[in-house]
Structures are given as C-alpha cells and as structure tokens.
Design a protein around this ligand. Structure first.
Ligand code: ZN
Ligand code: ZN
Length: 260
C-alpha cells in the first residue's frame, strides 16, 4: 500500500484522545504511516498532551503553538513554555498560528501580534511554521513579507483561498495543504486553487476532529479519512493517486524533516 500522511490533525482533542488506540488502528489500516499532531487549541495543556502522544508513538510528530482563536493566550510565558517543549526531537513545527478574520474569536490586533511572535519563534528554533488562514490571505501575506518566512519554511494548512491567494503563498515559499473542504460541493474555488500548486509544494490533511470530507461531512473526522481527500485531490489535479501520495509523503518528510 502506498504510504499516506495526515499532515495536520488534533489528536489531543478529547473526541479523538478518548479512543486513541482505535483511531490509530483505523489509520494504520487505511495506510496512514505518518501523522503530524497539532496542539495549539486552548492552553499549554493541549501542546503538552500532543507532545506526550508524539513521544509515545514512533510515527507521530508534534506541532505546538497558539491557535489564532486563542491568540490572547500567546503571552511571554506561553512562548517560554513552547520553547522548552520544543527541545523534544518530536516537535517538528511551530503552530498552528495565523489569522482568522472569519470567526474573529480573538481581536485582529492580538492575532497579528501572536502571528509575529510565532514567526520569530520558528525562526529562532529553525523549525517550519504551520499557518491557519481564514478570510485573511492578503493581510497574512503582508505580515510574512514584513517578518520573513522562517528559513525552515512553512505550511498553509487547510487552504480555503482562491488560486490567486495560493499563488501568493507559493511565491512566499509556503507549501499548501488541502483538507476535507476540498471535497465540499461549494468549494469550487478551492479545487481551482488545488490545480495550480506544483507537485513538490502540495500536502494533504484531515484537520480532524473537524472538517470530515464528503460523504462523511458533519461527522467527527479522523486521520483514516485523509485517504478520501487525497482521492479527490488526485481527481481534481488529473493525477495518479499513488504518484501524488508519494509526492506528498516526500514533501512532508522534507518540510518537517522526518525520515520518509
Ligand atoms: Zn486551523
Ligand atoms: Zn488545526
């Protein structure tokens, strides 16, 4: 079976953590060989639990940070805690950070400050940054242009913009990751963008427990379902499933610096 990678999911979320062994068994059955687990939602406890999971399973790696919804939590103390956790070999990225002007759960100013702190931390630790961006593509690109993308690069996760936004992020050096949203009926704009991302810059993810792909939309998502999004991504790009899966495995190994 072609090895698949779920490059972004939230295993510390209680909906997945409560039955983690079963979730991971189903992922293994579906051919998912590597998982990037992202903390960031809520308090440092989520980052700690995410890292604990990554340290327990050889094929799971962690990204730690402060989600833009919780940007107010991005205090000097939290950054120091993240820096300490990042000493673990299993921390392969900083994030998810970014801007969410759709939900605006945090004020714009706090989100922007948090994003700048994450870009600086990623640069300092020489790790890639994982970016969440919703209805804020132009502002996000402007801030990355000002601060600079960390040398280790970055990923725009769960891309929801159009082809023009994708082109701008590619020009800045990002990889672009597609989630179950790609499979939604009303996501024609995202599918158009998915066609212009080169083979060596594309990733795929579940963002579980959120955003289950069709025909599972509305239900709890889990890493096994990354296979479904990859099928649709291959179809949209007119690509061979196995070839695309291999390219994505290579891309994720390169950006997260994990052995393919
Ligand atoms: Zn996100
Ligand atoms: Zn996420």
């Amino acid at each position: 079976m072609t090895p698949l990678v779920d490059t972004h999911c939230h295993l510390a979320d209680s909906r997945l953590d409560a039955e983690l062994d079963e979730v991971l068994a189903r992922a293994a059955e579906a051919g998912i060989e590597k998982i990037i687990a992202v903390g960031a939602i809520g308090s440092i406890a989520t980052d700690r639990r995410t890292l604990e999971i990554a340290e327990h399973y050889p094929h799971i790696f962690a990204a730690i940070g402060v989600h833009p919804h919780d940007a107010r939590n991005c205090t000097t103390e939290r950054i120091a805690q993240l820096r300490a956790l990042a000493r673990s070999q299993k921390v392969v990225a900083i994030g998810e950070s970014g801007l969410d002007f759709h939900y605006l759960h945090s004020p714009v100013e706090e989100q922007e400050q948090s994003l700048r702190k994450h870009l600086m931390l990623a640069a300092e630790l020489d790790k890639p940054i994982v970016i969440h961006c919703r209805d804020a593509e132009a502002r996000l690109a402007a801030i990355v242009r000002e601060e600079g993308l960390p040398a280790a690069g970055g990923v725009i996760h769960c891309f929801t913009g159009d082809a023009k936004a994708a082109a701008a992020f590619l020009e800045l050096g990002f990889l672009i990751s597609f989630s179950g949203i790609l499979t939604f009926k009303n996501a024609g704009v995202v599918r158009e963008a998915a066609r212009i991302v080169p083979d060596d810059r594309v990733l795929v993810e579940t963002d579980a427990p959120y955003l289950a792909p069709e025909p599972h939309r509305g239900r709890r998502n889990e890493p096994a379902l990354v296979r479904r999004t990859l099928e649709v991504l291959a179809e949209v790009r007119g690509a061979d499933f196995h070839g695309l899966a291999a390219a994505i495995a290579e891309n994720s190994a390169r950006v997260f610096r994990i052995v393919a």
